[in-house]
Design a binder for this molecule. Structure first.
Ligand code: HEM
Length: 499
């Protein structure tokens, strides 16, 4: 055989070999994809990203839920998303350690250094969560001190409504309340708005939330993360995080200097944590509660516990504007149970059946944390016969669960009767999961519910609220909401009339 023929044969064999390999690879990928939960195909590298409406991400996901059912999968960039929206599946999945991991953009994960509650996993997470929850209980829920504190913040809201004759920006109305409560719980003091350090902290926190979609590019495209990390949008988020760390480090330093007596009564979460850390250090353990945990926990309480609570109150008032007949019933019940002479208190809550149903229906209808916080599959595993690869992003699609027609009588309407029994008594539903469910369920639920109830009851007792004249024609936009993190009601202003 001459040399030319031999070369031809070798190239042909190489081509056949490469073709066979490619075919085997494609078949294997198709086979492996067929084991995943059903879902739409996407483009190479981009996956379904071009089809997702980033302004109303919840609606894109809801359309897929309608088509593919309660568990589906799709690729976003290089990541596999497993979207789950059935209550029963979420309950089963989220109580399982296998799905309790977290996956964050690499730059955010590096900055967190595995500390705190929200970003951590495994033993560190369970220890920090245990301590955080205990402290929230000690300082946060239902104690006379915290009730007095919330009452003060509510009084400030009422005063600010009273002083404003014209239109009120609802987003400003409630953020002071939620920030004030968290500041008192965490540091035992309220920050004046003019405090420049606190002001810049608030600006950085807003930046971080607003830029979160853009900065998650590094999460969706891990291969390109080193390049993407250099983008200014990613760097802005990191700079904001570092500045926030600095704010908390300085506040904690002041507390440490003040807290010299180990028997001194802790006055806030920060005091209590410093005591706890010193107890561990006295036993020679400098690691379990190393100082950066406290920095992160303080920051997490502010980030996770303020915007969420104030946006829930905004949604409630938006719903009252959109459904005046519901508002009238809330007020009638308040008049009957509490009257107008004294401010509604926590012990009135069990008698305010309709009001509790309205609050729950607003939480359902808004589904503020519409994707909860996403989780990570810790290992290759299976769930209900589907393959779930390690590092798949588990999306608890709360918005979809709250629109499941097999659970909710009128999923697309604002219908407080979802939470009332046939005698008109409040009947909480286990299917309502705005604070998620399972091992990582929000530890701030009781506190958030307390704040929401106290503020809502006080406002409804004294005022009727409508959309301001300038936004009357925007009702549909208000109700459709905006999807940032968290989902906000559409932009609007309010008009209050004293009752
Ligand atoms: C209406 C207000 C709130 C809503 C809708 C809300 C919702 C949520 C959701 C959906 C999660 C994710 C749970 C998961 O990963 O499965 C979460 C986690 C968390 N929330 Fe809240 N939250 C609210 C208020 C608060 C408050 C007031 C605090 C603290 C003072 C707080 C602290 C946290 C923390 C620390 C986590 C992380 C839990 C973990 O990773 O183990 N939240 N929240």
């Amino acid at each position: 055989m001459n040399e030319f023929l031999q070369n031809q044969l070798t190239s042909r064999n190489a081509l056949i070999g490469a073709g066979a390999l490619a075919a085997a690879y494609t078949l294997r990928s198709l086979y492996r994809s067929s084991q995943l939960p059903p879902g739409p195909l996407g483009l190479p590298l981009l996956g379904r990203l071009p089809w997702l409406d980033t302004d109303h991400f919840n609606e894109s996901e809801e359309a897929m839920r309608q088509k593919y059912g309660p568990i589906y999968s799709f690729r976003a960039g290089q990541r596999l998303m497993i979207v789950v929206s059935s209550y029963e599946m979420l309950k089963e999945m989220l109580k399982n350690d296998m799905f309790s991991g977290r996956l964050w953009p690499p730059q955010a994960a590096e900055l967190s250094d595995g500390c705190g509650i929200i970003f951590s996993e495994g033993k560190t997470w369970s220890e920090q969560r245990r301590v955080g929850l205990r402290m929230l209980r000690e300082f946060g829920f239902g104690k006379n001190e915290s009730l007095a504190l919330i009452n003060e913040e509510v009084a400030a809201i009422l005063a600010s409504i009273e002083s404003c004759n014209s239109e009120v920006d609802s987003s400003r109305l409630f953020s002071d309340l939620a920030n004030g409560v968290i500041a008192m719980l965490v540091f035992g003091k309220r920050y004046a708005n003019e405090n420049p350090n606190y002001e810049s902290f608030l600006i950085n926190a807003k930046k971080l939330l607003n830029d979160s979609l853009a900065s998650s590019l590094t999460l969706l495209f891990p291969t390109f993360a080193p390049l993407l990390k250099r983008l200014s949008i990613t760097q802005q988020a990191s700079t904001a995080t570092l500045a926030m760390h600095q704010f908390f480090e300085e506040e904690i330093k002041k507390k440490e200097a003040e807290l010299t007596d180990p028997n001194a009564e802790p006055l806030c979460i920060c005091d209590a944590y410093i005591h706890e850390r010193r107890r561990y250090e006295a036993k020679g353990d400098f690691y379990t509660h190393r100082p950066f945990h406290l920095v992160r926990i303080c920051m997490e309480m502010f980030i996770a516990g303020t915007d969420t609570t104030s946006k829930s109150m905004e949604w409630l008032l938006a719903h009252m504007c959109l459904y005046p007949q519901v508002q009238a019933k809330v007020q009638q019940e308040l008049d009957e149970v509490v009257g107008r002479e004294r401010r509604p208190q926590i012990n009135d809550r069990p008698q305010l059946h309709y009001m509790q149903a309205v609050i729950d229906e607003s939480l359902r209808s808004a589904s503020l944390a519409f994707n909860s916080l996403t989780h990570r599959a810790m290992k290759d595993t299976t769930f209900r016969g589907y393959r779930i690869p390690a590092d798949a992003i588990i999306v608890p699609f709360v918005y979809g669960a709250h629109r499941d027609a097999s659970i909710w009588e009128k999923p697309d309407q604002f219908y407080p009767e979802h939470f009332l029994d046939c005698e008109g008594k409040y009947s909480p539903s286990k299917y309502l999961i705005p604070f998620s469910i399972g091992r990582r369920i929000c530890p701030g639920e009781s506190l958030a519910r307390l704040e929401i109830y106290m503020a809502f009851a006080a406002i409804m007792q004294k005022y009727s609220v409508t959309l301001a004249a300038s936004c009357k024609d925007k009702a549909a936009d208000v109700e459709r909401g905006l999807t940032t993190t968290p989902r906000q009601p559409g932009w609007h202003k309010l008009h209050f009339v004293q009752r």
